[in-house]
Design a protein around this ligand. Structure first.
Ligand code: NAP
Ligand code: F7E
Length: 350
């Protein structure tokens, strides 16, 4: 049987790495769009990569950018995918207030570029391609919890507004051209691979470093915001399931349980037998011009239609992230101590 081919934008990100792993284990040939950068940005997928000359290689990377429609067309031609997962984004909500135009260009117009490229590519090749669009619970913003597929969007940041536009483009291409475009509306999902400036990872990383004497204080913003936090490794399976359905649709993916940032902090510090009161300070710098107070997903549709449910709960997620960051901190401590010993030895020879 012919191998299925998937193209992932944002393959170097948290979700892109878990999705690549998942699709490779399902037997897919995986192609990824990678942005050119002055230093390597592929750490999360390095373990999956093999030299393309290796006959066993099934992961292929292509330079591209959601800002560059011509490049996207070329990548589509080379990869000839059956499924496209559009995960690429400037995904940081706070940063979107500092870089609103750029965020809109990548998060909203980038989707339009990709859909236009796909529309033309399907017409020319006669092939059908299924598309996953990475929507976000941030689109619900100020809407009262619990939020479901029918809840009215009330975005609170340039990032969220751009995701609403992207959602609209995806729906429009489905209706206007009959394209198979599924909108995933994913609530926050975290992991040891989460970017270090998102609040969960910022907390687990800092707590582990405090435990090993590598840092003393942690500065945070609004501790009362509540989020429905799940595990990224679980959520990418829902993305795939959306593209295996007979018809494209919109799906909320969530755990159905929310916690405050303060509770995440307490759970993390408790794992390490630390007291947040001794180390944590609030810095207004991390407050947002408009906050999203409470996200809590009603994921019944995904449970029923996709037969998807999360496997990792809140406490297991915290423990997983803490264990990983503790190991990183141990390595940092070891290097630091070795450096000190070398310096002392060199000093002794003076
Ligand atoms: P992430 O870790 O920030 O990864 C974002 C990815 O997009 C990275 O590979 C990044 O490349 C790439 N990217 C950034 N700008 C790009 C551009 N101009 N052109 C092409 N690629 C670009 O995000 P994530 O957590 O994996 O999230 C994946 C997707 O789901 C995003 O669209 C995000 O907005 C959405 N989402 C995430 C969550 C969540 O809780 N994680 C929830 C709902 C929706 P570099 O590595 O080069 O920076
Ligand atoms: O903030 C509060 C902050 O940046 C969560 C992205 O993946 O999920 C993510 O967006 C909450 C907010 O995630 C700090 O004010 C307090 O209320 O971890 P975050 P996010 O904004 O929810 C959605 C679903 C996405 O789609 C996005 O791509 O935590 N908070 N103190 C802080 N947040 C940060 N980053 N840093 C702090 O010091």
């Amino acid at each position: 049987m012919k191998r299925k081919r998937a193209l992932i934008t944002g393959i170097t990100g948290q979700d892109g790495s878990y999705l690549s792993e998942f699709l490779l284990t399902k037997g897919y040939e995986v192609h990824g769009v990678v942005r050119r950068s002055s230093s390597f940005n592929t750490a999360r997928i390095d373990a999956l990569y093999r030299d393309p000359h290796d006959p066993e290689a099934r992961l292929f990377l292509h330079y591209g950018d959601l800002a560059d429609g011509t490049g996207l067309r070329r990548v589509l031609e080379l990869a000839a995918p059956d499924e496209v997962y559009n995960l690429g984004a400037q995904s940081h909500v706070r940063v979107s207030f500092d870089q609103p135009e750029y965020t809109a260009d990548i998060v909203a117009t980038g989707v339009l570029r990709l859909l236009e490229a796909l529309r033309d590519s399907m017409r020319v090749s006669g092939r059908t391609v299924r598309v996953y669009q990475a929507g976000s619970s941030e689109m619900f913003g100020a809407a009262a919890p619990p939020q479901h597929e029918g809840t009215r969007f009330h975005p609170r940041s340039p990032y969220a507004v751009a995701k609403v536009a992207a959602h609209g483009y995806a729906t429009n291409y489905r209706e206007a051209y009959g394209m198979f475009v599924a909108n995933g509306i994913l609530f926050n999902h975290e992991s040891p691979r989460r970017g270090e400036t998102f609040v969960t990872r910022k907390i687990t990383r800092a707590a582990a470093r405090i435990k090993l004497g590598l840092q003393r204080r942690l500065f945070l913003g609004n501790l009362e915001a509540r989020r429905d936090w799940g595990f990224a490794g679980d959520y990418v399976e829902a993305m795939w399931a959306m593209l295996q359905q007979p018809e494209p649709d919109d799906y909320v993916v969530a755990t159905g349980v929310s916690h405050s940032v303060r509770e995440f902090l307490a759970a993390t510090f408790a794992c390490l037998d630390l007291d947040p009161a001794e180390h944590v300070e609030v810095d207004p710098k991390y407050f947002r011009p408009a906050e999203v107070d409470h996200l809590l997903g009603d994921g019944r549709k995904a449970r029923e239609k996709l037969e998807w449910s999360p496997k990792v709960d809140f406490q297991a997620l915290v423990q997983m992230m803490v264990s990983y960051d503790l190991e990183l901190a141990r390595q940092e401590r070891t290097l630091l101590d070795a450096g000190h010993r070398l310096a002392e030895a060199a000093h002794g020879h003076d």
